[in-house]
Ligand binder design. Structure first.
Ligand code: NCD
Ligand code: ZN
Length: 400
């Protein structure tokens, strides 16, 4: 049994908590606050095919350092996870790498030549991921008829559809027209708000037509969020995720980091629409989109450098720091990182918790990170509020 004594709750009261375990441990939590452990519905743990960037051994260590005990992994692997056979193979490889027994779910990648897999895999997956725009990996749903069919099958089988909502045709058109291909900051101009809006609008239209539960990954613009607002008003089952980088970073980062600041969808000039949508309830969840790439890859010239940031181990500290600065309440953090993901993905309650020290201040150092990628765009930031213990399946992970 693990006994947590005298922890603060999010409403300022004190509580004791007993968690069934084969360990016997008493934690004096008088200086700590108790939260439910975080669910991260959007990670890229790179297995199979990119184990040089990350493995489930390194990624799960990073995850518990971020207060996360449940993750949903994306299918843009090598090879892409697009069939039941590949899904089972991926599971086997993951289970072989796991030292920390994280709770995990997998997405199936939608592929226009394997649409029948959506129904075949429905009991094995958390949802089907549709890339409407290209990103890392070769998953891309180009054919409009196949896209529609994927929504239809998902609707018939009650499978949640998660979309990477960027319109590929518009991306290519803007690349050609603008002939901007040399600076990292061009990325945000090419993949602008219209690119995101066009894809999100189509996804919502198809979700409405086929009764699909639609999860729009990494929303970052007012345009997308207005569409989500409208969809929610119409009582459609449309859910919006945002990311830590769209909450805390902007296009200013290109000056400092150049191609290291590349991510899809790109950084925007302002975080304001995201914060507004967090506060009015339009945004349901936060997914880290933990997408590790090595520094030597990230430093390649624009056009060659991959997009994506490692971030999962800083996830909770970034949110607690925002809380310390009065930007978000603990209730909102719990709603975005636990309650709404549980409802949307129909996850059963469990005993996992995280104990946080709201007073601790620490500066983020790349060299101390657990991710195999060993860098993050948050290097050098001083954050107030850090997790101290993550408890997963009755095991205590102390965070140093
Ligand atoms: C992701 C990755 O590297 O896997 N990159 C990113 O910029 N978000 C791919 C993705 O989901 O877009
Ligand atoms: Zn992603």
């Amino acid at each position: 049994m693990i006994e947590i004594k005298n922890a603060k709750t999010i409403d300022g009261k004190r509580t004791d908590r007993k968690i069934p375990s084969d360990q016997t441990k008493i934690i004096d939590a008088s200086t700590l606050t108790l939260l439910p452990a975080l669910i991260d519905p959007h990670v890229h743990f790179r297995v199979p095919g990119a184990e040089h960037k990350e493995t489930w051994a390194t990624a799960t260590d990073a995850a518990v350092h971020g207060g996360v005990t449940t993750v949903f992994d994306m299918p843009n692997n090598t090879p892409s996870c697009i069939t039941l056979e590949r899904l089972k193979e991926k599971k086997k490889i993951i289970d072989g790498q796991l030292k920390i027994p994280i709770r995990y779910g997998l997405y199936l990648g939608a592929d226009q030549n394997h649409l029948e897999e959506i129904a075949r895999c429905k009991d094995e997956i958390v949802g089907v991921k549709i890339y409407m725009g290209s990103s890392t990996g070769d998953l891309l749903m180009k054919d409009p008829a196949a896209l529609e069919k994927a929504f239809q099958i998902a609707g018939e089988n009650d499978v949640l559809v998660a979309v990477h909502a960027e319109d590929e045709d518009l991306i290519q058109e803007r690349k050609r027209k603008l002939s901007l291909h040399s600076h990292a900051s061009d990325h945000s101009i090419i993949r602008n708000a219209e690119v995101a809006k066009r894809a999100a609008a189509l996804a919502i239209e198809l979700a409405a037509k086929y009764g699909v539960r639609l999860y729009i990954a990494h929303t970052s613009t007012k345009e997308e969020l207005d569409l989500v607002r409208q969809a929610k008003r119409q009582k459609l089952k449309v859910f919006a995720e945002t990311t830590p980088h769209h909450m805390f970073l902007t296009t200013k980062l290109y000056e400092k980091l150049g191609t290291m600041a590349l991510v899809n969808p790109p950084l925007r000039d302002t975080n304001e629409p995201v914060w507004e949508a967090i506060h009015d309830g339009t945004i349901d969840t936060i997914g880290t989109d933990h997408a590790p790439h090595l520094l030597e890859e990230k430093r390649l010239p624009y056009g060659k450098a991959p997009s994506g940031f490692p971030s999962i181990e800083l996830y909770l500290a970034l949110l607690l720091n925002a809380h310390a600065h009065g930007k978000i309440s603990l209730e909102q953090i719990v709603r975005l990182t636990h309650t709404r993901p549980r409802e949307i993905f129909r996850i059963k309650e469990n005993d996992d918790v995280v104990l946080v020290d709201l007073e601790k201040t620490k500066t983020v150092e790349d060299a101390h990170l657990r991710t195999k990628a060993k860098w993050s765009p948050y290097h050098g930031m001083t954050l107030k509020g850090w997790p101290k213990f993550t408890i997963l399946k009755g095991r205590v992970y102390e965070i140093t």
